[in-house]
Write a protein that binds this ligand. Structure first.
Ligand SMILES: [Zn+2]
Length: 290
């Protein structure tokens, strides 16, 4: 799923196009409506699609913000503030076009699930091939409690101490280090790609028990995670499988990855191995990572 750098890229690209604009109307796909009729909630969460349509009409998009792997659309209507929270799931993508036919990749064009028509005439389009993404309307973070449990932003001054404290809790101390650094309640926004890269840089085996690492090692690991995330943000993120920046744009971080998805170690040329940790495939070098 898109990680912090990819979501940051989407927000940076969308911001100048949609901030300050007003949503005239919103429509959802037949699949979204049908799923709600069937008692499920494809993409639109915690409200019926028609309620979303009514709520969002004539709302002004005041500000876009990334928090962890979420996109927050800060909205305002008649002086009242709201937040539309979007998670891209596995394959969510945003487009700003005058006509949906401008979306050239057919797999996205065929899976358009929300169209926000802006008062300026442009269409803000949300496509999602696998439909694991979410659109959720809240007044404050407490309306969706998981948002309150997010670790601080990794680049905040408090984030490293927060990580160290969390990692010493019994709930995390006995788990594999890779599972712990990928937990959004410990570090915000570090998923499989960047956890794999950071552990390889420090030659730490992904299955190492967290409490085995010294405070110094964990501090160094946190710094390397921030460095890798920053390098990816600067490269426009990793364009892997169905991750896209807005309008189908691509980043270049995928060319800079040293371990994620690799068959051979770039240092010792040993064949890499994979194990499943916390439900995710973890690639590592059996020679270099201990
Ligand atoms: Zn190696």
């Amino acid at each position: 799923m898109p990680e912090l750098p990819e979501v940051e890229g989407v927000v940076r690209d969308l911001r100048p196009i949609v901030e300050g604009k007003t949503i005239a109307t919103v429509t959802f796909s037949d699949i979204v409506y049908a799923s709600h009729e069937a008692g499920k909630q494809a993409i639109v969460k915690n409200a019926k699609p028609y309620q979303f349509e009514q709520l969002l009409t004539n709302m002004k998009i005041e500000k876009l913000e990334r928090r962890s792997k979420y996109i927050f659309f800060h909205l305002n209507k008649s002086g009242e503030s709201f937040i539309l929270v979007n998670h891209l799931g596995m394959s969510g993508a945003w487009f700003v076009v005058n006509d949906v036919l401008e979306i050239t990749e057919e797999k996205f064009r065929k899976h358009i699930h929300a169209v926000f028509t802006l008062a300026s005439g442009e269409l803000l389009v949300y496509a999602d091939i696998r439909r694991f993404g979410e659109l959720r309307f809240i007044k404050e973070l407490a309306d969706h409690p998981p948002l309150l449990k997010m670790a601080p932003e990794p680049f905040d001054d408090s984030a490293c101490d927060f990580f160290l404290t969390q990692s010493e809790k019994p709930k995390f101390a006995k788990k594999a280090i890779k599972e712990v650094i990928m937990d959004g309640q410990v570090i915000s926004g570090c998923g499989n790609i960047y956890a794999t890269e950071a552990l390889f840089k420090l030659f730490i085996h992904p299955g190492r028990v967290t409490s085995d690492l010294s405070r110094e090692q964990k501090t160094e690991l946190f710094q390397v995670i921030c460095d890798v995330l920053q390098e990816s943000i600067d490269s426009g993120g990793s364009t892997i499988s169905d991750y896209r920046s807005i309008n189908g744009g691509a980043g270049t971080m995928q060319h800079r990855l040293k371990m994620y998805g690799k068959k051979q170690c770039v240092i010792c040329e040993t064949n890499t191995e994979s194990i499943v940790i916390g439900g995710r495939t973890s690639t590592y070098c059996p020679q270099c990572q201990k």
